[in-house]
Design a protein around this ligand. Structure first.
Ligand SMILES: [Mg+2]
Length: 292
């Protein structure tokens, strides 16, 4: 019986911000898999990028992509396919909002005033994306395959970015700030996607019906997710100050950065869950005894 499901950001959290390496987290990932604890990426990356990384990480379950705009679940993972889900080979997809084309058409309204302060990642060449992100050319091409959100390279000031976010909000969409880019979503978000998926998992997978939700992230776009899960891990970043997280309870802030911080923090949280479960088991035994 698994005790937890882990929802994790990738860039800067499970992957090193600069090198994208996850070596420091390898043995923790293997230990989690041995114990049947699912690790589910919850990332601003595209489906195609995430699939490639999951293969390398040895993960084969669901993924939450494009900052929570969509979820993809393998058909053999034991969750019912929602009626309106997209169907693609071995997986079904649930999206929370319209396509990227619709978002782009809405954003075009802001082009005259703001167009010189951002560039769509998808309008850049693979070479340019590789230069901005440090990815290789194939990965850069995969990063551009966005379906339900628009990713912007911000050229203006941080203050501009805030004003722009207010304009986007007035169009019934919202901006989220990732480790590198600004993402525009029409609906959904990491917190909403994690809650939706975790409820479904607890309802439909009897081996996970009591599973706690754990989340891990490093940037502003992770904060809402870190607030909604049972336990949370804030991983220190080498490039950004840790974002403000309101919760104090059941929150771990790593000492190490990136994947080393992820491994250290996840191990601490799992220990915490096991302690609580141990206590829970003792309490329920005592209860059974009293009842008998
Ligand atoms: Mg990140």
């Amino acid at each position: 019986m698994s005790s937890a499901v882990i929802y994790t950001d990738l860039d800067g959290t499970l992957l090193d911000h600069h090198t994208y390496s996850f070596d420091a987290a390898r043995s923790t990932i293997a230990a989690l898999s041995e114990r049947g604890i699912p690790v589910i990426p919850c990332t601003s990356k595209t489906r195609s990028e995430t699939a490639k990384l999951m293969e390398a990480l040895g993960l084969d379950g669901p993924m939450i992509v494009e900052n929570g705009a969509a979820i993809w679940v393998p058909k053999d993972w034991g969750l019912d396919r929602p009626e309106n889900a997209d169907d693609d080979g071995d997986a079904w997809g649930h999206s929370f909002g319209p396509s990227r084309g619709v978002i782009r058409r809405q954003l075009a309204i802001l082009n005259i005033e703001w167009g010189n302060r951002y560039q769509s990642l998808c309008d850049l060449s693979d070479k340019q994306v590789a230069a901005v992100t440090g990815l290789d050319l194939d990965s850069a091409a995969r990063a551009k395959q966005r379906q339900h959100s628009e990713t912007l390279v911000w050229l203006g000031t941080p203050a501009d970015r805030k004003a722009f976010a207010a304009h986007v909000q007035a169009l019934d969409m919202h901006c989220v700030q990732g480790g590198r880019f600004v993402h525009v979503l029409a609906s959904g978000g990491k917190a909403e996607a994690v809650s939706w998926l975790h409820n479904k998992i607890r309802k439909e997978r009897c081996d996970l019906e009591l599973a706690r939700s754990l989340s891990a992230g490093d940037a502003e776009n992770d904060v809402e997710m870190l607030e909604v899960t049972d336990l949370a891990l804030l991983v220190r970043s080498p490039v950004n100050e840790p974002p403000t997280v309101r919760r104090q309870c059941r929150l771990v802030i790593s000492d190490a950065m990136g994947p080393a911080g992820w491994a250290e923090g996840i191990e601490a949280l799992i220990e915490r869950v096991e302690e609580e479960e141990g206590r829970g088991r003792l309490l329920s035994k005592r209860h059974d005894h009293n009842a008998a």
